[in-house]
Write a protein that binds this ligand. Structure first.
Ligand SMILES: [Zn+2]
Length: 212
């Protein structure tokens, strides 16, 4: 049985998810922690719940989602799983943050490329990788079929969709990704987005203004 804890990290309130099952193994999705305090809260939660982080997953490489990548990877000696088309975004993130006076460490940890349809496992559980380019070219969602859980990154939000006006963004491509790969999931699928509150596919079909 998969359980999910969300943290809202950094000034852009990125959703960082800790996802675990009965084995206590967990994955950490989008380590956006910026301050020492945010990292401490994440570490404390993992320790208090006796969790064992085994993988670090990125929905995409935007700076707000990777601010704590180096620290979190080092903390538990984790390999980073990311779609290869977003490696450039991660490299850009360090430079982008320094423009705003935010110092983030350059991630130097081991990396594994994600591909569409690939399965990422932890404990007794698995997440399917769904490549959803449009917000960024290497954007992915992670889907657990058994419990109908989707981590949608910045592809789909409650009542909205990801921006496409940053480098690598493409509106038509994003809409195609959402319509052909995400909205086909069961309506009772719980969606955990990269920002904001959770929703369901059924709710978004009904009321998301971008999908009417
Ligand atoms: Zn983004």
């Amino acid at each position: 049985m998969i359980q999910v804890k969300v943290f809202y990290f950094n000034e852009l309130r990125v959703c960082c998810y800790v996802v675990w099952d009965e084995t206590k193994e967990c994955v950490i999705i989008d380590p956006g922690c910026f301050s020492d305090n945010e990292l401490s809260r994440l570490v404390k939660f993992v320790n208090d719940n006796d969790l064992k982080p085994v993988k670090l997953l990125l929905t995409h490489g935007h700076f707000d989602h990777v601010m704590g990548l180096a620290d979190v990877a080092h903390q538990w000696n984790l390999t980073t799983y990311v779609h290869p088309d977003d490696i450039g975004q991660i490299k850009r993130a360090t430079r982008y943050c320094s423009m705003f006076g935010w110092k983030i460490k350059e991630p130097d940890t081991e990396r594994i490329d994600l591909q569409d349809n690939q399965e990422v496992t932890f404990g007794n559980s698995k997440l399917e990788v769904i490549h959803t380019p449009g917000h960024t070219q290497g954007g992915v969602c992670f889907y657990n079929e058994e419990q109908n859980i989707l981590f949608s990154g910045d592809t789909l939000f409650a009542g909205s969709i990801g921006r496409t006006d940053h480098p690598g963004g493409n509106y038509d491509q994003l809409m195609k990704s959402i319509r052909t790969k995400i909205m086909i999931l069961p309506e009772n699928t719980t969606v955990y987005p990269g920002h904001g509150l959770e929703t369901t596919i059924g709710q978004e079909i009904k009321s998301n203004p971008f999908l009417q």
